[in-house]
Design a protein around this ligand. Structure first.
Ligand code: GDP
Ligand code: IMO
Ligand code: MG
Length: 427
């Protein structure tokens, strides 16, 4: 039962979209299992750049099948916008996409309340994407959420929608003194998408499990990254879902025994968007240099990403939780012009050496990165497609990352294009 799970092993934006698109060519189904339109997954085909927030990253392959699993929270308006955008280019997304009927719906009021909370100045700012993620998962946990299957029953949908809009609208007015957007406008727009949604609904659990039983390849696409996991990340500066292989099992309804391969996507350095601790963050010119070299601006919000050196305690924690059978190191080429590349091997804390990211915010705040310098290769790896084509010093850097992370490297990415990908079998 060959399921492959792709997970981000840092704070998101590791290059999952590119790798999922590459692996989709040999997959029978690409299935997103958590998160919502907070994701921004970039896929480059030729000179065209696509950024998917809701659509699975396999959708550009002709004849592909893609699923939004039950663990995803679906911003229906964003989804339909993406479908229509691709249709204008002649891509038949409706023929390639299915939606799990149990997936929950992100409502306009969720987005409005997320923004109001972030902008209030009275609450801890998480630096969310303002896409209503925490509110939609919150309604799911309160057992009040609307699911995609509810679209089939327009009257019930409308009644529950109005109740939820009123409930959150009252909170918004009371806590932040702001008026909620007109709920009827939102309802009208959602209802205009109803036919599209209902046409794509399916029992995603049976779909995936039947494929697995038939020995087909199912590629499970994670969004975000382990450091943003609701349980294991740098809480409270996290998202509201579980971007781990465990999240893939619950988010698609597949047994853990179905997962054969776990690919942990790891940037050759570290980035983070939003608030929260980041022990290897570089400030000033050093941070700016890395941001510029890596083009590190958020694919969803356009915010500049915070940049820093590779952080082994972060990746080790992710490997521990995910059981990565292999790592994919992305953006190696971004380091091409560095004379020296520091790497954080552990943290020094008041209670001693920490080899994995601590959970307690006070311990993280104290953590001082233990840095080790690596000689840069100072030559072009950008676009290199073979292991042999990489300079010796880059291979040494990769070998050290592998050793520090405690998982073998299976893929190296040397550019955003499909072809800039090295299958990294060890010699
Ligand atoms: P995701 O959220 O994990 O899918 O990652 P994003 O798409 O948000 O951010 C990754 C960015 O890096 C995108 O702009 C990609 O096109 C780009 N990218 C992916 N892999 C590579 C690589 O190996 N080298 C370079 N230079 N860019 C890459
Ligand atoms: P992809 O899939 C990077 C961050 C936000 C914020 C925190 C909570 O492209 O890797 P949320 O809107 O989820 O409530 O925000 O999580 N965040 C991401 N950072 N990449 C992402 O997705 C992210 N999705 C959420 O910046 O700090
Ligand atoms: Mg992204």
């Amino acid at each position: 039962m060959p399921a492959t799970v792709v997970v981000g092993c840092q704070w998101g934006d590791e290059g999952k979209g590119k790798i999922v698109d590459v692996l989709a060519a040999e997959s029978d189904l690409v299935a997103r299992f958590q998160g919502g339109s907070n994701a921004g997954h970039t896929v480059i085909v030729g000179d065209r750049k696509y950024v998917f927030h809701m659509l699975p990253s396999g959708v550009l392959h002709e004849g592909s099948r893609n699923l939004l699993g039950n663990g995803v929270v679906v911003d229906v308006l964003a989804l339909v916008g993406e479908i229509e955008g691709l249709e204008k280019e002649g891509i038949d997304v409706m023929g390639r996409l299915l939606l799990s009927e149990q997936a929950h719906v992100i409502l306009p009021i969720h987005c409005a309340l997320d923004s109001a909370g972030e902008e209030s100045g009275t609450e801890t700012k998480i630096g969310t994407t303002k896409r209503g993620i925490g509110l939609a998962y919150g309604d799911k946990s309160r057992r009040k959420g609307l699911r995609l299957c509810d679209f089939r029953h327009a009257d019930r949908f409308a009644a529950q929608y109005r109740d939820l809009s009123e409930y959150h609208g009252r909170i918004m007015k009371t806590l932040y003194g702001t008026d909620a957007p007109n709920p009827e406008e939102g309802l009208e727009r959602l209802m205009a998408s109803r036919d599209r949604v209902t046409a794509l609904l399916c029992d995603g659990v049976t779909l995936v499990n039947d494929l697995l039983k038939a020995g087909k390849n199912v590629l499970c696409e994670g969004a975000q990254g382990v450091m943003l996991d609701i349980d294991h990340g740098t809480y409270p500066f996290v998202t509201s879902s579980s971007p781990t292989p465990g999240g893939a099992c619950t988010g698609l309804g597949i047994p853990p025994t179905a997962v054969e391969r776990v690919i942990g996507i790891v940037k050759a350095y570290t980035t983070r968007v939003g608030e929260g601790p980041m022990p290897t963050e570089l400030h000033g010119d050093a941070g700016e240099r890395l941001r510029k070299a890596g083009g590190e601006f958020g694919a969803t919000t356009g915010r500049p990403r915070r940049c820093g050196w590779f952080d082994a305690p972060v990746v080790r924690r992710a490997v521990q939780i995910c059981g990565c059978t292999e790592l994919c190191i992305t953006k190696l080429d971004v380091l091409d012009e560095y004379e020296t590349i520091p790497v954080c091997t552990a943290y020094d804390t008041e209670s001693g050496r920490a080899n994995v990211m601590p959970f307690d915010p006070e311990s993280i705040a104290q953590a001082k990165p233990v840095l080790e310098d690596h000689e840069g290769w100072n030559s072009r790896t950008s676009g290199v497609t073979t292991r042999e084509g990489l300079p010796e010093k880059a291979l040494r850097y990769l070998a050290r990352l592998e050793e520090l992370a405690g998982a073998p490297i299976g893929i190296v990415s040397t550019g955003p294009a499909r072809a800039s990908t090295i299958p990294f079998a060890r010699s």
